[in-house]
Write a protein that binds this ligand. Structure first.
Ligand SMILES: [Zn+2]
Length: 1003
């Protein structure tokens, strides 16, 4: 899977969209603990709500809104994932009352826990009963009131599924479906129970070897069980279910989706999204990745629709019932349930053959002309992967389908990859800039056909084996197959983003214990994807040429069609490594610890002292100081610094080590091309030698190294290791810089600070920052062309510079943008706006009532999704509160703006001063509705929370955020992202306290 928000954020200044800035805080304020022991939000009740009230009220008054209304709607704390929790009916009227409430809650829960976990006690409706002497577990109570015979979120391993026959009949008028599933199961250990997953369905009949049985259901864990009077002997049996269910209204399970075609007719379709835990919503199944099986799917549909599934269709049968037809698909390869997929819709397609595989791209008929780029790209990438992995893609067909309403970016279902329209469809007028996104997503999902589908992680704790690998392969394959897409700049940004997230105490190890559904959802985050990809790059750069490639092939061959853990990958790579390097020993230090190391370099002539410590933004009271990484440190010096052959390596495994240089050097730069996942700090002389070298010759280092110096020095200033003066000293060189990576990184870093100043209404400082940015980037802004450009690198730079320039109201920029918008309108939208400038142009246009209305009209009628999203971002960037409210409401109810766009809308609204407080209030008041659409813990929810909270930097807002999330009880308070949000706000506060004076004197 690829999450949409992972690629929709682009660095720029005022509209800066990077993840939450990370500033310094006290570690005792935020501690990340295992969920089982975490109690809501820490520090509750410490904050005096009266402080900063005035500041808060004035912003509320300014916006004419009810920000002071802290009563949120009452929320039930009855979690679907926890066994029993008292219902929470208190509104968070004030911190004190909430604190008292929480105290009472703690007492009640504690008493409950004492009773609940008394040894030899079975907790039932009747209270504490003496258990059977052999029964030491605590059995939950099933829906019928009987004891449910299983006590774990993970299924027992005594029964394995072997094969599923699934027959489905979705009714797209009533939005319901009927299903019959028969599962061939293998009893491997004698047992009296079969336990499997099922959710949100009405099971009518269960048979086991043709005999009807009752079943028990324990809804909180989405499990059902069939109890047998005698032990089932080892062997094969057939388990059958008949059931009915509604097509889901959210974005998972077997869900309904709709769109309005160009003729104005509403069209409906049904599609699936099962990863991670929603196959159980479409058919009863053993819904864990290690229970691999084969699947036969049969789909009944009306003649006007087509149906698709993972495998090629074998036949279609007329059922003679109201013109219904049944499609039957070939038996699948052995695979996990989360990869099963089916679609019933009216789609058109184009196809092409690669080796033995027919590749097809499907879209709604109105957009059938937009599939050609995806088809060509998928074919090229399939060829590349077939050769690279030395295992041919095993199916005879590969479908790529653009679904009109789809939450994730794309999903790698084996043989039937589903996409958002934006991530698959490309109009004729699209530039390489837009194609880069489509290419990336296709490359990611195709890589999954091997990493994930062929070889699958055993459990979700190792999700990174799927996602980190697919992310790494996506960049690696594009560098090989599409070098003109300049994907290296994007990958560098991704690594910086991963560092920023992983510097927080609320981060987690790459491989992390998970059990509850929310914990599984939360694994789809920057650590699994971006840090996972970053450490693979570091490993590849450390191994000798070709070794990584060989190890990957070895791994795929060894574990073909089975499941793995991290150690299996490291062992495969160790086997092929000719060096004395112990890959497992080295890489374990990167997957077991959270965070990453800060390497400090002190040089005395040819003697260099190196030391490592955990780069933790709250390091003063760090909790993880003993962590040591095996760091494959790389470095270059003044005599050879640009070519890859200049790179030297030193393995730092201990806390401190000494490196002896063969001769004198003027300067050293560590972490060559930023291939390693660590931050480097130099002594004062080391920094000034590097800065001087850059001021003399801007080309003395590769662009990745310059960007990394900028990234690292800002991070170090947050950690308090370097002064802001030193940061600005480095930034002085930027006036001579022309390369994209360092320039966009500098803009992005300055933008984070600008946004915080802006949101605090610190007008003087915000204006000084504007002047600073203009003095350093102004001449580059003026020299950008507004004509069509072909280099992706130039487009990336130009769009960042001009979007900033227009946001700062530089007259030349806004005039050019208006000119392009007027020409575009006058030509009835036939005259193109360069696609990298479209967002800038639309945002300037949206500043006037007339421009905004015209954009809205265009938004409604455009069939080009890439263009539409840029229009939507412009619509949501308005300063007019009434329009902000309209956009938020329409995207949440899904009426005029697709519901899938809500995270993007709220993200965009939050960028500007006018909208960010309103967006926070809107999220609170609509939390119930939002979480019905987007699951707790999901990437969408993570993105919504980060967008609404990451720019707060006052005590009042901190208390607001703490109060709100603690009031949610099990409906959200325990998410890791909430810890991250609180940590980030505290960083912002601390950073502001420390640096406001410096900023005043130095800007
Ligand atoms: Zn993925």
């Amino acid at each position: 899977m690829i999450e949409n928000s992972m690629f929709e954020e682009e660095p720029d200044v005022v509209d800066l969209a990077k993840e939450s800035p990370s500033y310094h805080i006290d570690s005792d304020d935020v501690t990340y603990e295992p969920r089982s022991s975490r109690l809501l939000v820490r520090g509750l009740g410490e904050n005096d709500m009266d402080e900063d009230e005035e500041d808060y009220e004035s912003s509320a008054r300014l916006l004419g809104m009810s920000f002071m209304n802290r009563s949120s709607s009452q929320r039930s704390a009855a979690s679907s994932y926890t066994r029993q929790q008292p219902s929470n009916s208190c509104s968070p009227l004030s911190t004190k009352t909430t604190a008292v409430g929480v105290l009472i809650l703690v007492l009640v829960v504690s008493m409950f826990m004492v009773i609940y976990f008394v040894p030899s006690c079975t907790f039932t409706k009747k209270g504490c009963q003496k258990s059977n002497s052999s029964m030491s577990s605590i059995y939950p109570i099933s829906t019928s009131g009987e004891l449910f015979p299983w006590t774990d979120l993970r299924l027992p391993v005594s029964v394995h599924p072997v094969h599923y026959n699934i027959s489905l009949h979705p009714d797209l008028n009533s939005m319901t479906f009927q299903g019959n599933v028969s599962i061939v199961v293998l009893v491997v250990h004698e047992t009296k129970n079969i336990v499997l997953h099922s959710s949100d369905m009405n099971i009518i009949k269960v048979t086991f070897d043709d005999k009807e049985y009752r079943f028990l259901e324990y809804k909180p864990w989405q499990q059902i069980a069939i109890k047998f009077p005698e032990d089932l002997k080892k062997g094969q049996y057939v388990l059958k279910f008949s059931y009915k269910a509604n097509l889901s209204n959210s974005y998972d399970g077997f869900y309904n989706s709709s769109y309005v075609d160009t003729a104005g007719t509403k069209r409906v379709l049904a599609a699936t999204q099962f990863e991670p835990l929603a196959a159980r919503k479409a058919f009863p199944c053993f819904d864990e990745p290690a229970f691999k099986s084969t699947f036969v799917v049969k789909m009944t549909r009306e003649a006007k629709y087509i149906s698709l599934s993972n495998m090629p269709k074998i036949k279609t049968t007329d059922l003679n019932e109201n013109g219904l037809q049944e499609d039957e698909f070939e038996s699948s390869v052995k695979m996990s349930t989360y990869l099963v997929a089916f679609i019933v819709a009216e789609f058109s397609s184009h196809s092409k053959n690669v080796s033995k595989t027919t590749v097809s791209v499907y879209a709604v008929p109105d957009k059938k002309d937009q599939v050609h780029y995806a088809l060509e790209t998928a074919c090229k990438l399939l060829k590349f992967y077939n050769t690279f992995f030395e295992i041919e893609y095993p199916l005879s067909k590969l479908d790529l389908v653009a679904i009109p309403d789809f939450l994730a970016g794309a999903m790698e279902n084996w043989g039937l990859i589903t996409f958002r329209e934006t991530t698959l469809l490309v109009g004729n007028q699209s530039s390489r800039f837009d194609k880069q996104l489509v290419t990336s997503v296709i490359a990611h999902e195709l890589a999954h056909q091997w990493f994930g589908n062929l070889v699958t992680m055993r459990w979700w704790n190792d999700l990174w084996l799927n996602e980190g690998f697919a992310t790494y392969m996506q960049y690696m394959s594009i560098e090989n197959v599409f070098p003109d897409l300049d994907i290296d700049i994007e990958f560098l940004n991704v690594r910086f983003k991963a560092l920023a997230k992983d510097a927080l105490n609320s981060s987690h190890p790459v491989s992390t214990f998970v059990s509850t559904p929310e914990q599984v959802e939360e694994m789809f985050d920057s650590v699994s994807y971006e840090k996972g990809a970053s450490i693979l790059l570091m490993l590849n750069a450390t191994l000798r040429d070709g070794e990584f490639h060989k190890g990957v092939i070895e791994y795929l061959q060894n574990y073909n069609l089975s499941n793995t853990e991290s150690k299996d990958l490291w062992n495969s790579l160790s086997q092929v490594s000719k060096q004395s390097l112990n890959v497992s020993e080295m890489m374990n230090t990167w997957t077991v610890h959270k965070g990453f190391p800060l390497v400090t370099v002190k040089r005395n002539g040819p003697q260099v002292t190196l030391s490592q410590e955990h780069f933790l933004l709250n390091a003063e009271n760090g909790t993880d100081d003993s962590s040591l990484w095996h760091i494959p440190l790389t470095y270059v010096n003044d005599s050879c610094s640009v070519l890859r052959s200049c790179k030297q390596v030193f393995h730092l495994k201990d806390k401190e080590a000494t490196l002896q240089l063969p001769g004198q050097v003027k300067w050293l730069k560590f972490n060559f091309r930023s291939d390693g996942f660590y931050i480097v700090h130099y002594d004062e002389q080391g920094w000034s030698d590097l800065i001087s070298a850059l001021k003399v010759d801007v080309n003395v280092l590769p662009s990745e190294d310059k960007a990394a110096l900028i990234n690292n020095i800002f991070a170090l200033s947050r950690l308090g290791k370097v002064s802001f003066r030193q940061v600005l000293n480095l930034m002085d060189y930027i006036r001579n810089e022309t390369e994209t990576a360092p320039l966009t990184e500098a803009l992005s870093q300055l933008g984070q600070i600008y946004r915080l100043l802006d949101k605090r209404s610190d007008l003087n400082l915000a204006s000084s920052m504007t002047t600073y940015i203009e003095s350093h980037f102004g001449s580059l802004m003026e020299s950008q062309s507004w004509e069509v450009e072909t280099s992706v690198s130039k487009m990336t730079l130009r769009s960042a510079l001009l979007e900033t320039a227009c946001a700062l109201n530089r007259p030349n920029c806004t005039t050019q943008a208006r000119r392009l918008f007027d020409q575009w309108l006058a030509s009835n939208k036939t005259l193109q706006i360069p696609s990298d400038l479209m967002r800038t142009v639309f945002k300037v246009a949206a500043k006037t009532d007339e421009g905004w209305s015209k954009l809205l009209g265009s938004y409604k009628h455009s069939i080009y999704d890439t263009e539409k999203r840029k229009m939507l971002e412009a619509l949501a960037s308005t300063q007019d509160v009434r329009k902000i409210i309209w956009v938020l409401q329409k995207s949440l109810d899904g009426s005029e703006i697709q519901n899938q766009e809500f995270p993007l809308v709220i993200h965009t609204v939050c960028r500007d001063f006018a909208g960010y407080l309103y967006a926070w209030d809107f999220m609170k008041e609509n939390w119930e509705k939002i979480t019905q659409k987007f699951p707790i813990g999901s990437f969408a929810i993570q993105s919504i929370i980060t967008s609404t909270t990451s720019q707060f930097s006052t005590k009042t807002h901190l208390a607001e955020v703490q109060n709100f999330f603690s009031s949610l009880g099990a409906k959200g308070s325990q998410m890791r992202i909430v810890q991250e949000a609180i940590e980030t706000i505290k960083h912002n506060m601390r950073w502001m306290e420390k640096n406001l004076n410096t900023l005043q004197s130095w800007l």
